[in-house]
Design a protein around this ligand. Structure first.
Ligand code: NAP
Length: 353
């Protein structure tokens, strides 16, 4: 079976940028897009903060353009989902098929146990792909509550990224679900545009840092519904209101926007036991968490530099974008990390042929 120089797993801004750089380095990368080619930006309407587009660009258009750009230089983009990997030996083994009768959607909405079962079954067959190096850019999924109305209104008033979408809510009434730092940050960002921001939080106390919580509670534009749970998002073409269980009483409020800020889940189920993870995020030598700093310390070179900052716990496997990023999670930071991962992979391949 042919051994590819480089496989990229994932097709968000990080994956396509990695593919673009690797293709221009003549590594003929194979990109596996996953079930939903294009990642989180496929659910975004207008992207106004990606540099180079002064008039903004539609999320799906940006992703289609990134794909075309990578393909132009020879990236082989395949609309397949990687269902299992074995990084214990080189060349690395990857599987892209499903066991008979299995549904690919299990990778989207199944539990870690269900996915683990599929991975086990898949690995009983011979691998579908062999690679000398791999870049993982599988991203993260913003958690949502899957309440009625959500699916139809996502991108039409329901958002998981206030930093991206706040300017679209000028003089509008919006709600934010969550009580962590993201919910605080999102609510404060929204006050710059929206006329009124209401936080829906399930407890009587924020999880967020004190300083952020204080800023929120002091802000006159923000109010909080404590002990409250979102029940439904109302609207047909766009959000018109929310239904909330407020301390046991069901109430309806008019609203034009609903922002989820209840956390993210990195997409790493198939890497369990293969790569070192921290709360689900892949650890690289540039992760900002304690395990990342420890890993960086272990690989610090004689020249006072880390040789491959985007390398994971397995030499030859690199990662970038939201799957490693606990802090920034922006399309442009993901693209930058994809570029770094490709440059690291290229140099690693040169030194390890
Ligand atoms: P987080 O700290 O895990 O907070 C998630 C919030 O969502 C919690 O308040 C939680 O409620 C709520 N929540 C979770 N599941 C829910 C459900 N099913 N229904 C209703 N509410 C639910 O997540 P995050 O705010 O995204 O932050 C993630 C990490 O990034 C944290 O370490 C945070 O400090 C960091 N961060 C830092 C900054 C900053 O420093 N500027 C900004 C953003 C994020 P409970 O409180 O009841 O559990």
């Amino acid at each position: 079976m042919k051994i590819h120089d480089l496989v990229v797993i994932g097709s968000g801004p990080a994956g396509y940028t990695a593919a673009l750089y690797a293709a221009r380095a003549r590594l003929a990368p194979v990109v596996f897009t996953g079930i939903e080619s294009g990642g989180q930006l496929m659910y975004t309407n207008e992207v106004e903060n990606y540099p180079g587009f002064p008039k903004g660009i539609l999320g799906p258009q940006l992703m289609a353009d990134l794909r075309t750009q990578a393909e132009r230089f020879g990236a082989d983009v395949q609309d397949l989902h990687v269902t299992a990997v074995d990084f214990s030996q080189r060349p690395f083994k990857l599987w892209t098929h499903l066991p008979p009768g299995a549904d690919a959607n299990v990778f989207k909405s199944g539990s870690a146990e269900e996915i683990g079962q599929i991975v086990k079954q898949v690995k009983q067959a011979e691998p579908d792909v062999l690679a000398k190096a791999v870049i993982v850019t599988t991203g993260a999924t913003a958690l949502t509550l899957k309440v009625p109305g959500e699916e139809k209104l996502i991108g039409r008033g329901v958002s998981t990224c206030a930093v991206c979408d706040a300017p679209f809510y000028k003089d509008k009434v919006v709600f934010v679900v969550g009580g962590g730092d993201s919910a605080m940050e999102d609510s404060l960002a929204l006050t710059k545009f929206s006329s009124q921001v209401t936080i829906i939080h399930r407890r009587e106390q924020f999880r967020a840092s004190k300083i952020m919580a204080e800023r929120v509670l002091k802000n006159e534009k923000i109010s909080v519904l404590w002990h409250s749970n979102l029940l439904e998002i109302m609207g047909d073409q766009s959000v018109t209101g929310v239904k909330v269980d407020e301390n046991g009483t069901v109430k309806e409020y008019p609203a034009q926007g609903l922002f989820y800020a209840i956390g993210h889940r990195p997409v790493t189920d198939i890497f369990q036991g293969q790569l070192e993870l921290d709360q689900g995020y892949i650890i690289t030598s540039q992760s900002i968490t304690q395990p990342g700093v420890e890993q960086a310390g272990k690989v610090f070179g004689d020249n006072g530099m880390i040789p491959y900052p985007t390398q994971t716990s397995v030499p030859g496997v690199f990662a970038g974008g939201d799957v490693v990023d606990v802090r920034y999670r922006q399309a442009v930071t993901a693209a930058g990390q994809g570029c770094s991962a490709a440059l690291d992979a290229e140099r690693w391949l040169e030194n390890n042929q």
